[in-house]
Ligand binder design. Structure first.
Ligand SMILES: CC(=O)N[C@H](C=O)[C@@H](O)[C@H](O)[C@H](O)COP(=O)(O)O
Length: 503
């Protein structure tokens, strides 16, 4: 079997009784697989093995499948099957090696395979079975049966089982649901000697169905209408969004301090007029979302109970599938898909009453293990402040102004900057410095192509200009490229609506 090492085996088993389930079609599949570089073939049925052996010079793993009334074992259950496959020209004969009720013990099948001068492959489902097969003297351990001996069939191949077989030593064939070149490559990385691929190459009906499902899903998501919610500390925006377009919108003050039930009732009432007009609901919320549960990141912005089951409550409330993300992450995705960061590795930073952020790298939104991916406001600022947003945000600037004896809103602070008032200029300088240091560090860490700056303060030219001026002091290769957000306050709802496509 050494000539199999590092090779691809193609299983030529068309869908039973389908139009390709004929000897000429199976021979043609075998020849085409050979032309494509297959190192061996897996063929079902003695007649098929004989025909392929006569038309193609590759080694054949032969099997015979039977549906037995008194045993779940299907692959090569009888000695007569072994003999027929050997006579037909199989180089290797595979038998079901699982620990299940069977008509003939595995050891007897193995002896018959070796007596016929063939190599023996055990089609297995568990590590314990693999250990037994190895001890019995099988030449090849196959992961073929993993996922097929009870319960729902998983979508992914069982790479862990490949690794377990590898640890036992000998020749290991990874088989079962290796439906893409990438998964076949991972089997080799997991320690397989060879990978056997069947459906993805020779079951045209299955492959057609995979593609058709993907196309259907794409069509559904481009025509689906999403009820998108963007829940901020002060206002909540609700909109019907289809394919990046906002069809209708409404805004209400975010219900604060009313208790969870009243909060959900208010949100439900907001969209009551749109009932029946949306296929999914997506919520972009201030705070952190992990596994569909919502917790406050900064209770001063919006105090909601720790781990509120947001997705579950939204699904029950609106009667459609729901998703939820942190608002800045959703906005980052919106700017990535439809805005200023389109198709680039990007960091989105929103500076408003708080500071939030989101990171999209290589087309993926970084949600993070705890839902905190990209939370720039939670990093430590240059001033040694507890968090960047403690000083550089709208709340932060207003608090700093108050501490200096100037009770002022951010709007008034910027007006004071315009008027050249030294305390306001110094305060803005500090906020800009803190953010510049954080963005410089981020640039060094992940080197994004663009930093999209949004939020009520971030969008102000009076804020962006000094920030860009400060960052221009950085060497060019460490200098973030700052672009203003182009979706404004709609980035969150557009982003969350797009994220619903994955539901
Ligand atoms: C469980 C079972 O009966 N497997 C059979 C074994 O020969 C075949 O139906 C599979 O097509 C073959 O194992 C290749 O796997 P996949 O088609 O997933 O690439």
């Amino acid at each position: 079997m050494t000539d199999l090492a590092g090779g691809l085996i193609v299983s030529c088993q068309p869908v039973d009784d389908g139009p390709l389930d004929t000897i000429p079609a199976i021979v043609a599949f075998a020849q085409a697989a050979r032309n494509g570089g297959a190192r061996a073939l897996r063929i079902e049925g003695a007649d098929n093995v004989a025909a392929v052996a006569g038309a193609c010079d590759l080694p054949i793993i032969g099997i015979i499948k039977r549906d037995l009334p008194d045993s779940p074992v299907r692959i090569t259950p009888f000695i007569a099957d072994v003999e027929a496959l050997a006579a037909a020209g199989a180089t290797v004969i595979a038998v079901d090696g699982t620990d299940r009720v069977r008509p003939v013990p595995v050891a007897e099948l193995l002896a018959a395979i070796h007596a016929a001068g063939c190599l023996a492959m055990a089609d297995l489902a568990t590590e314990a079975e693999a250990r037994v097969a190895k001890q019995l003297g099988f030449d090849i351990l196959g992961t073929t049966m993993s996922g097929y001996t009870g319960g729902p069939v998983p979508a992914a191949p069982d790479l862990g089982f490949v690794a377990a077989c590898r640890r036992l030593g000998g020749v290991v064939v990874a088989e079962g649901r290796y439906n893409t070149p990438a998964t076949a490559a991972s089997a080799m990385a997991a320690g397989a000697s060879a990978v056997c691929v069947g459906s993805a190459i020779t079951r045209t009906e299955h492959v057609t169905e995979w593609f058709r499902n993907a196309v259907d899903q794409a069509v559904r998501s481009s025509t689906a209408t999403v009820l998108a919610l963007d829940v901020g500390g002060t206002k909540t925006l609700a909109a019907l969004v289809r394919n990046g377009d906002i069809l209708e919108r409404q805004t209400i003050p975010t219900p604060q301090g009313v208790g969870t039930d009243a909060w959900f009732a208010t949100i439900g009432a907001l969209a009551a007029d749109w009932r029946g007009r949306y296929d999914a609901v997506g919520a972009a919320v201030t705070g952190v979302v992990q596994d569909g549960h919502w917790s406050a990141l900064n209770p001063r912005t919006l105090a909601i109970p720790e781990r509120t089951p947001l997705v579950e409550r939204l699904t029950a409330l609106f009667g459609v599938p729901a998703i939820a993300f942190n608002d800045a992450q959703a906005a980052a995705w919106g700017e990535y898909c439809h805005g200023a960061g389109r198709a680039q590795d990007m960091v989105f930073v929103t500076v408003s009453s708080g500071i939030g952020g989101g990171i999209v790298l290589q087309g993926r939104l970084l949600q993070g293990a705890n839902g905190l991916g990209g939370s720039l406001g939670q990093t430590r600022g240059a001033s040694g402040a507890e968090r960047l947003e403690t000083r550089a945000s709208g709340f932060g600037m207003a608090a700093s102004a108050a501490a200096l004896g100037h009770a002022a809103t951010t709007h008034e602070i910027f007006a004071s900057v315009e008027n050249g008032l030294p305390w306001a200029v110094a305060l803005l300088d500090e906020a800009v410095e803190d953010l510049a240091v954080a963005l410089g560090d981020l640039q060094r860490l992940i080197d994004p192509e663009v930093v999209v700056l949004g939020g009520g303060i971030g969008m102000l030219p009076q804020f962006r200009a000094p920030l860009i001026a400060r960052l221009s002091q950085e060497p060019s290769h460490l200098r973030p490229v700052i672009k203003p957000a182009s979706l404004g306050g709609d980035a969150g709802i557009i982003g969350i609506a797009d994220l619903c496509r994955a539901i």
